[in-house]
Ligand binder design. Structure first.
Ligand SMILES: [Zn+2]
Ligand SMILES: [Zn+2]
Length: 194
């Protein structure tokens, strides 16, 4: 059955940062489970327990409204050019990922923060699953990539990429100073992942 898009509230674990994901539905994003070392290291970096995977809803930045606690929002990255990982400094919840170029409109939210997870349907894509040989494999990756490209083109053409809580439109820079994590610090965390 096709799910109609719904507006879904989200908040960080302690509730200081609150907002709304507008038009949440399986058709407006991709429900992704990611097993990659960086997503796992990000959780540990902000003081969360080590977890085998994280679930994300990958959609476009214009769907996110942050209504409360913007001052608690912080951002770090595992390198000068890597993904931006937005978190709540109040309680250490990893909240969003974005690319560094705001024109991509790329943004995802950690699924457990959504008040209504049913709105986005089941996990469609599994990324970086470890195999016995030590390599990683993906399920449903084509659909994931196709979804990203489609949404990027749509936000670019419509100008909707300018509606984002993550970037300052005057400078096109992130609204918070990006803390770049030292290579050694990232290495130390990933070495200790289970
Ligand atoms: Zn919080
Ligand atoms: Zn990942």
């Amino acid at each position: 059955m096709l799910k109609a898009p719904r507006d879904v509230p989200f908040s960080c674990c302690c509730g200081q940062i609150k907002g709304t994901l507008r038009g949440a539905a399986p058709s407006t994003g991709t429900h992704l489970e990611c097993f990659c070392a960086d997503c796992r290291a990000a959780e540990v970096y902000v003081g969360q327990p080590d977890t085998p995977s994280v679930t994300l809803f990958q959609t476009s930045a214009d769907r996110f409204d942050i209504e409360q606690g913007q001052d608690q929002l912080a951002v770090f990255s595992f390198g000068e050019k890597n993904l931006l990982r937005w978190h709540a400094s109040c309680c250490g919840s990893i909240m969003f990922n974005t690319l560094r170029n705001p024109k991509t409109g790329f943004a995802s939210i950690r699924v457990p923060l959504l008040a209504d997870q049913d709105a986005i349907g089941p996990v469609i894509t599994k990324a970086f699953i470890k195999t016995a040989s030590g390599k990683s494999k993906h399920h449903g990756m084509a659909r994931f990539v196709y979804g990203i490209l489609l949404r990027m083109a749509a936000v670019r053409l419509s100008g909707r990429w300018k509606q984002t809580p993550f970037f300052d439109m005057a400078t096109l820079k992130p609204v918070r100073e990006v803390q770049v994590v030292a290579k050694e610090d990232r290495a130390r965390i990933t070495e200790n992942l289970r």
